[in-house]
Ligand binder design. Structure first.
Ligand code: CA
Length: 468
């Protein structure tokens, strides 16, 4: 018996592998290794999690042993980015593998269940479309935030199974009062149901059940926690872990983070219990940086936070685990981005992309595995508000423009991760090169298709541009 067969834990999975191997032996155009593996892909997305609020990035007061275990058994990407500094555009990029400004998804959609224009444009191919076509079971659990109209429903965007809520957030505790978007019924596919337990626990239970249901099939699971986005809510069983934190908001934020960490632990345990740990690539990152002006979170040592193109808005706690395939306890410093999820998953599935679909991300597995020594990306770009604010990173340098009135600033991230020393006067040639690169990329984009909803007028700290 070959080693691959010995690793099989379930009869059904062995049968799948044997069938795949037979396809390869029959001389078809399927790569034998890829066909035999057909690994699962699990994307765990946190919401508004601070860069420094996980153990592997130095957090001291909130233990995150399960999230940290992904770094222990996988690759910690120190320059792991998202494609936007706030919620919905990042998700549009994650879902399409393309810079979301290419198709006008540059703002948060308002909660408009009747509006068929405010959401992820339906002409865009999603990673779920492609994985489903490749024979994967596709599931989305949690926050959607890519449009509330029926045409934008996850079931219409490639996800065979959905459980969650369609807006930009939700109350966590059953029975809590709030605005319509945050109190709507949960959905199992298109059937409404009531929230009966703590939201984070419910989403975890659904993910564990999904893995159990589909343990014998290759699957793509998108688990989008709304934790640790506001409102800050946690039940006593998590709050009691942090009695030593005096600040009430920080204590609740810690409890919410701890609940999510427990959830990650239960998902990892489910994969392990079903013998899938070596057959599953797992991404974990946050959709944007911590909202430091609203919540006592930390993006240290990064500057700024959610809603800004400083590193604090876009560089995330970012880990990738695939036991047996990727190195363990590894650190990868070249920039990677959430746009890489789609092409990585598609490559693992051996999926064929629709003709003419050009992705901005790349398959990062060969890079993380050390087989490809060149960086995955020559440059990465960000744009907010139709060009009011933007950034470009090329190697060690990052050129950014904070707002309409601001002048561009240049930083050397290798020496100055906190973006404290503007080098624009010292390195005009570098700045000019990055400006040209940004201008060329910007010329490929379209204006935003819709605007973010205006925040309700109430007494709270002034938000950076783009903040929800
Ligand atoms: Ca967010």
């Amino acid at each position: 018996m070959n080693p691959t067969m010995r690793k099989c834990r379930t009869t059904a999975r062995c049968a799948t592998r044997l069938a795949a191997a037979c396809v390869a032996w029959a001389g078809l155009t399927v790569d034998a290794t890829a066909a035999a593996r057909r690994p699962n892909v699990v994307v765990i997305l946190a919401d508004d999690l601070g860069y420094a609020d996980v153990g592997f990035n130095g957090c001291k007061d909130i233990p995150t042993p399960h999230i940290d275990s992904l770094a222990t058994h996988g690759v910690r990407c120190t320059s792991g980015y998202v494609s936007h500094p706030f919620c919905s555009p990042t998700r549009a990029g994650l879902m399409t593998g393309r810079y979301q400004q290419r198709f006008g998804h540059e703002n948060n959609p308002a909660w408009l269940p009747e509006d068929t224009k405010v959401g992820l444009p339906v002409n865009q191919t999603t990673v779920a479309d492609v994985m489903k076509s490749a024979g994967y079971i596709t599931g989305a659990i949690g926050k959607w935030h890519l449009g509330a109209a029926p045409c934008f429903h996850p079931n219409e965007r490639g996800f065979m199974e959905y459980f969650g809520f369609l807006g930009g957030g939700h109350m966590y505790l059953p029975g809590t009062k709030g605005g319509v978007e945050y109190t709507v019924s949960l959905l199992r596919n298109k059937e409404p149901l009531e929230l009966k337990e703590y939201m984070t626990d419910v989403l975890t239970q659904e993910a564990v059940a999904f893995i159990g249901r589909h343990k014998a099939e290759p699957f793509y699971l998108y688990l989008a926690y709304n934790a640790v986005h506001t409102p800050l809510q946690a039940p006593e069983k998590y709050l009691s872990r942090f009695a030593g934190i005096a600040d009430e908001k920080r204590r609740t934020y810690a409890a919410m983070t701890s609940a999510m960490d427990d959830g990650v632990g239960r998902v990892l345990a489910a994969l392990r219990d079903h013998g899938l740990e070596h057959d599953t690539l797992i991404f974990f990152f946050s959709d944007n940086g911590g909202p430091i002006t609203v919540v006592p979170c930390s993006n240290a040592p990064l500057r700024g936070g959610k809603g800004q193109v400083f590193e604090g808005g876009i560089r995330e706690p970012f880990v990738v685990q695939w036991r047996g395939r990727l190195p363990e306890k590894a650190v990868y410093d070249e920039p990677v981005i959430s746009l890489d999820v789609f092409p990585t998953a598609a490559a693992l599935a051996g999926a064929k992309l629709p003709d003419g679909l050009k992705l901005d991300g790349v398959n990062i597995v060969p890079h993380l595995a050390g087989e490809v020594k060149t960086p995955p990306h020559e440059r990465l770009f960000w744009r907010m508000g139709g060009g009011v604010s933007w950034a470009v990173r090329e190697g060690r340098y990052k050129l950014l423009k904070l707002n309409k009135a601001a002048s561009p600033q240049l930083f050397d991230l290798n020496n100055d991760i906190g973006e404290t020393k503007d080098l624009i006067g010292e390195k005009p040639d570098v700045a000019a090169r990055l400006q040209r690169a940004f201008d060329a990329w910007n010329a490929e984009l379209i204006p935003p298709l819709f605007e973010s909803p205006k925040p309700a007028p109430k007494k709270k700290p002034k938000q950076p541009v783009g903040e929800e």
